[in-house]
Design a protein around this ligand. Structure first.
Ligand code: SF4
Length: 412
């Protein structure tokens, strides 16, 4: 078996510092003070985004700009029902109000679709071009439930531009980290998927680019918007993490009815550190204790994600060790096995089907509830661990059009 290609380990402390710096830099770019309703924090981009705000917040904004409260309800309908993309499209509100919003630095907060690619199974990866010309990926995964005659549409949303954690099997981690996403930049991913599929999103998984727990504030605000404004049930949402110290407890304190998915990938600390370098800062025992607390606080079972890497962590002994580890966790968990999805430049290999089945059998023999994730979107590089784009670190540069050429976007 070829040795795995482990990328340079990034200690978690350094990654956390990088996140803090990115947030501070973004906040510093907020323009001159404008009326902001109570409870709305600055958004970290050059304009303030309406998307993501609740109806009470929008009513307050209307009042602050000299309008009657019901104008805020109109804004709410324009954002979440009509799906207006620009303030200029707000035909139902007076021109003076539109101008006041623009003058105060507000925008809707929608980004154009830069590119979309659909895999043969219908999974569609959408690239959104953010205000600072960075690209993020979001994935729509349609599932027809033949037995019930219904269909589901899952949105796999990104929470950061890139990711600082550099898990060794993950394309996003290899591409570096640029910044955290603002709440509206997470919310708009679901809207883009709904518009592409012409179908409402029924499920959301925070499993796209980035580590959600390193941008927990924005993730929680987007989660609330999905639930309250887009009417996606809390139980239909999953927040994933590879494990960031102290954040699982913080999440548990919100008592959400959403699933916590913890990317384990190994049954012991030594092996885990080779696959997930940031695990050095978070011993497995402490992680399992925090997962147990999450279940006790919320009553929601924890889903342990385990990417099966051929010859690395997919042997029967690993399954037995995993079963032993989970037993310490008490009840309230589930194991989700993910046969590795190949990425360019990695020497990891996908295990054979019979190896995956043997792993399943070994867990089930020890009464562990287990499922194997169906691979979706492989031919669009939209499957788990494959999200990456070359613009994670470097924003797109705009080249002024010459008379003979179209406006072109290139990587810096
Ligand atoms: S698996 Fe998740 S946490 Fe790890 S590098 Fe990829 S995006 Fe980041």
């Amino acid at each position: 078996m070829a040795a795995p290609q482990h990328v340079r380990a990034a200690p978690l402390a350094r990654a956390l510092r990088a996140t803090a710096t990115a947030t501070a830099t973004a906040t510093a770019s907020v323009p001159v003070p404008v009326p902001v309703p109570a409870g709305i924090k600055s958004q970290g981009t050059s304009r303030r985004a309406l998307l993501g705000l609740s109806e009470p917040q929008l009513r307050q904004l209307a009042i602050d700009l000299g309008q009657q409260s019901y104008r805020g309800k109109q804004l709410h309908d324009l954002l979440y029902k009509s799906r207006a993309k620009q303030i200029q499209e707000f035909n139902h509100v007076p021109k003076a109000f539109r101008e006041a919003l623009l003058g105060a630095g507000w925008s809707v907060g929608r980004s154009p679709v830069h590119h979309a690619v659909t895999a043969s199974d219908g999974t569609t990866k959408i690239l959104l071009k953010l205000e600072d010309n960075r690209l993020i990926e979001t994935v729509g995964i349609p599932v027809d439930d033949d037995n019930k005659g219904s269909s589901r549409l899952t949105a796999c949303v990104s929470s950061q531009v890139g990711c600082p954690l550099r898990c060794s099997f993950c394309a996003t981690g290899k591409g570096g980290f640029a910044r955290n996403l603002q709440p509206h930049e997470i919310v708009e991913q679901v809207l883009a998927i709904e518009e592409t599929f012409k179908h409402r999103v029924t499920n959301v998984v925070f499993m796209g680019m980035g580590e959600p727990m390193m941008n927990l504030k924005s993730v929680l605000e987007a989660h609330q918007c999905f639930n309250k404004e887009l009417k996606i049930g809390q139980r239909m949402m999953t927040i994933s993490t590879v494990g960031v110290p102290n954040t699982i407890k913080m999440l548990a304190s919100h008592k959400l009815q959403s699933t916590l998915a913890v990317s384990l990938h190994a049954p012991n600390q030594k092996l885990r550190e080779t696959i997930v370098p940031s695990a050095k800062s978070y011993p497995l025992g402490a992680l399992m204790d925090d997962c147990k607390s999450y279940f006790l606080e919320t009553g929601r079972r924890v889903s342990f994600e385990y990417t099966l890497l051929a010859g690395i962590n997919d042997e029967k002994e690993h399954a037995e060790e995993l079963a032993e580890l989970l037993r310490m966790c008490g009840g309230g968990y589930h194991v989700n096995l993910i046969p590795y999805n190949p990425i360019e430049g990695s020497e990891y290999k996908r295990p054979y089907r019979k190896v995956v089945q043997a792993f399943v059998d070994a867990l089930e023999a020890r009464k562990i509830t287990v499922s194997v994730r169906r691979t979706r979107g492989l031919d669009a590089n939209a499957a788990c661990g494959q999200l990456r784009n070359e613009f994670q670190k470097n924003p797109l540069l705009e080249i002024e059009p010459s008379p003979s050429t179209e406006r072109t976007l290139v990587a810096a």
